[in-house]
Design a binder for this molecule. Sequence first.
Ligand SMILES: Nc1ncnc2c1ncn2[C@@H]1O[C@H](COP(=O)(O)OP(=O)(O)OP(=O)(O)O)[C@@H](O)[C@H]1O
Ligand SMILES: [Mg+2]
Length: 250
Amino acid sequence: MRVKSGIEGFDVLVEGGFLQGRQYLLSGSPGSGKTTFGVQFLTTGAFEGEAGAYITLSESIGTIVDDMSRYNLQIDDLIKKKKLFFIDLGPLINYGEYDEMANLITPDYNQESGDTPVNQAPTPFSVFKEVENQVRRCGIKRLVIDSLSAIRFTSQSQASEERSIVRFIRNLRNLGCTTILLSELTKPDTYTIEQFTSHGVIFLHNFMDKQGTMVRALQIIKLRGTKHDCEMRSIEFSDKGLKVGKPIKK
Ligand SMILES: Nc1ncnc2c1ncn2[C@@H]1O[C@H](COP(=O)(O)OP(=O)(O)OP(=O)(O)O)[C@@H](O)[C@H]1O
Ligand SMILES: [Mg+2]
């Protein structure tokens, strides 16, 4: 079954949408539109009755909701109707400001160092457990996790970090949600384990062209089981969020 992203000009490039229950990686440079894409994807589902959750590890909910409310996506209404949830995990664990939430997360916490959990960055395990709770409690069908880059993967070695990332993504599969994992795009020409493990990879770019004009673009790198467009396409922001346009001429 195809799950519409609702992003104008996108679904037509991917046989109508994402495959239900799969995990996709949306990787982009700072300010390239990752959050906007993710929130549009969630609101599209919410309008059709599929509850969605935006899990944030790096930015406060207030800021994200404020910024995203600038678009005409009826975010406040969907939140009130309990079709759209914003869940803040990062700062809660990092700074220990919200004991109630820390308590919610700590029982299953896999503590290997002597630090108190509230002072540690979110681990794949703590994030997964909390996401799982929310999915079960609120009947979530669409998930966005912002971001994979903000989760502290136990990094004694690159091999164990990679295993940890693979395990995290594979665990998410068991939740049955269509998931978009946001990540920072630091080296577009280097392939990472999360790109291999995810069912699909989309890049968002923003860069200066030779004339010094900001170019925004989207490119679908892979989408398993889907005949998809491969061009680097221009994107623009409208009052409804992102809109995908024509291929960029080289
Ligand atoms: N209401 C708006 N209308 C038009 N463009 C906007 C609007 N709001 C934001 N933008 C553009 O979108 C960019 C940010 O988009 P978004 O937050 O989705 O990107 P991001 O990739 O999530 O960023 P970050 O890496 O900081 O998390 C802004 O830098 C701005 O250029
Ligand atoms: Mg963002």
